[in-house]
Design a protein around this ligand. Structure first.
Ligand SMILES: C[S@@+](CC[C@H](N)C(=O)[O-])C[C@H]1O[C@@H](n2cnc3c(N)ncnc32)[C@H](O)[C@@H]1O
Length: 359
C-alpha cells in the first residue's frame, strides 16, 4: 500500500465509499502524495510520453496554428496565450519559437499557464527562459481578455464519475475498502439519470458510462471568456467523438497499464475524453466548435510531412531516422494518429481554422 492508499482507506473508514472522481482527484492532486504534485512523470525513465516530448514538430505546428488564429482575431495586443496542463513546458517553448515567424505575435503574447504541480512549474520555468510567465491553479484565475488557449492531454487528467446500469437503474461506481484493500463497488442507491447524457440512456444492462463535470466546467469557463472577449482554443486528447458507454479509466506506470487501485499517487490515472460532452458545454456557452478530427488529419493538414522533410535535410542519418520515427508515432493510425483527436473552439462567427478542412 502507498501512503496515499493508507490515507484513502482511512477516509473511507470514516466517511464511507467515495466516488471515483474524488479518488482520481486525490490520486493525481493530493497536496502531499498526489501523482503530479511530487514528480516529473515524462519520458523514457518516467511513466508515459506525450506528443510534444516525442518531437518539436508537434509544438511548432501548434504555434503556427496559434499565430494564424491571432491574425484572424485582428492581432490583439496584448493577448493571453494560455496553456492548460503544460507538463514540462516543451509544447509552449516550441510553439513560441515557431510563432516568432510573426515577430509581433511573440511580443503581443502574455503567457499564462494553468498548472497545479510545483515540480512541473519549475520545469516550465526552465523551458521558457527569461520570458515573463504567469501561473494559475485554476482556469477561473486567468485574466479576462482575448485569449488563445491550448490543452494537450489535460482533460484526460480531470476527474470523472462512473455509473453502471443495473436492472433497477443506474448505480454509481465507488471506491471502497475491504480487508484493508481498496476495491470498486456499486452504490446501492439508484442515481437520478439527470447527470447522464441522453445518448447513453439506451445503454444495456451492465454498461458503464462516464461523466465529468470537472471537464465540462473547464470547457464552459474557456468558452465563456472566448465568447465575451474573442479568442480560440485547441484541445488535443485521446478519446471519442461521440458519447458512448465504456469503462476507460486507466492507470499507467513505467509505460505499462496497471491496476487503477493498486498504487494511488504513484501511477498516472486518466480516462478517455468525451468530445461530444465537451462540445455541448462549449455550445451552451455560445461558442462554436470544429472537429474533433483525428490527430493524423490535423497534423497532416498543417504540413507535418513538409516540416519533417526540412528537419531531415540537415540531419545526420541517426537524426533523420529519429524524425521519421517521431512522424510515424504522431500520425500513424495504429500509434497516436487515430485515438488522439483535436477540437477547436471559436467564437460563433469564426471562419474554419487550419487543420479542420471538411473531408
Ligand atoms: C499528461 S500531462 C500533459 C502535459 C503536457 N500538456 C504535454 O503534452 O506534455 C497533464 C498536465 O496537466 C497538469 N494537471 C493535471 N491535473 C491538473 C489540474 N487539475 N489543474 C491543473 N493542471 C493539472 C499536470 O500537472 C500536467 O502538467
Amino acid at each position: 500500500m502507498t501512503k496515499l492508499a493508507d490515507h484513502l482507506a482511512e477516509c473511507i473508514r470514516l466517511d464511507g465509499p467515495m466516488p471515483i472522481s474524488r479518488f482520481m482527484a486525490m490520486a493525481l492532486g493530493h497536496p502531499r502524495w498526489g501523482y503530479y504534485i511530487s514528480r516529473d512523470p515524462f519520458g523514457r525513465a518516467g511513466d508515459f510520453i506525450t506528443a510534444p516530448e516525442i518531437s518539436q514538430m508537434f509544438g511548432e505546428l501548434i504555434g503556427l496554428w496559434c499565430a494564424e488564429r491571432w491574425q484572424a482575431l485582428g492581432a490583439p495586443n496584448p493577448f493571453v496565450l494560455a496553456e492548460l496542463g503544460p507538463g514540462r513546458g516543451t509544447l509552449m517553448a516550441d510553439a513560441l519559437r515557431a510563432g516568432a515567424a510573426l515577430p509581433s505575435f511573440g511580443q503581443a503574447a502574455q503567457v499564462h499557464l494553468v498548472e497545479t504541480s510545483p515540480v512541473l512549474r519549475a520545469a516550465q520555468k526552465t523551458a521558457l527562459g527569461d520570458r515573463p510567465i504567469y501561473w494559475h491553479d485554476h482556469i477561473a484565475d486567468l485574466p479576462p481578455g482575448p485569449a488563445i488557449t491550448i490543452a494537450n492531454e489535460f482533460f484526460d487528467a480531470l476527474p470523472i464519475r462512473q455509473f453502471q446500469r443495473g436492472a433497477d437503474g443506474w448505480h454509481e461506481r465507488m471506491v471502497g475498502c475491504e480487508d484493508g484493500r481498496l476495491c470498486l463497488l456499486l452504490d446501492p442507491a439508484v442515481t437520478p439519470t439527470s447527470p447522464l447524457a441522453a445518448a447513453i440512456e439506451r445503454a444495456s444492462n451492465g454498461a458503464i458510462v462516464e461523466v465529468s463535470s470537472a471537464r465540462t466546467d473547464v470547457m464552459r469557463a474557456l468558452a465563456q471568456n472566448l465568447v465575451s472577449h474573442g479568442g480560440a482554443a485547441l484541445i488535443v486528447d485521446y478519446g471519442h467523438g461521440e458519447s458512448a458507454a465504456g469503462d476507460t479509466l486507466q492507470a499507467m506506470q513505467a509505460h505499462k497499464f496497471v491496476d487503477i487501485l493498486a498504487a494511488p499517487g504513484t501511477a498516472d490515472l486518466t480516462a478517455h475524453v468525451d468530445f461530444q460532452a465537451l462540445g455541448e458545454a462549449a455550445h451552451q456557452a455560445g461558442a462554436r466548435t470544429f472537429g474533433p478530427v483525428t490527430q493524423t488529419a490535423f497534423l497532416n493538414q498543417l504540413g507535418i510531412a513538409t516540416r519533417a522533410g526540412s528537419l531531415q535535410q540537415n540531419a545526420t542519418p541517426a537524426q533523420a531516422e529519429a524524425v521519421r520515427a517521431a512522424l510515424h508515432r504522431l500520425t500513424d493510425r495504429d500509434q497516436m494518429g487515430q485515438l488522439f483527436k483535436v477540437m477547436a473552439v471559436t467564437t460563433a462567427g469564426s471562419d474554419r481554422p487550419p487543420g479542420f478542412a471538411e473531408a
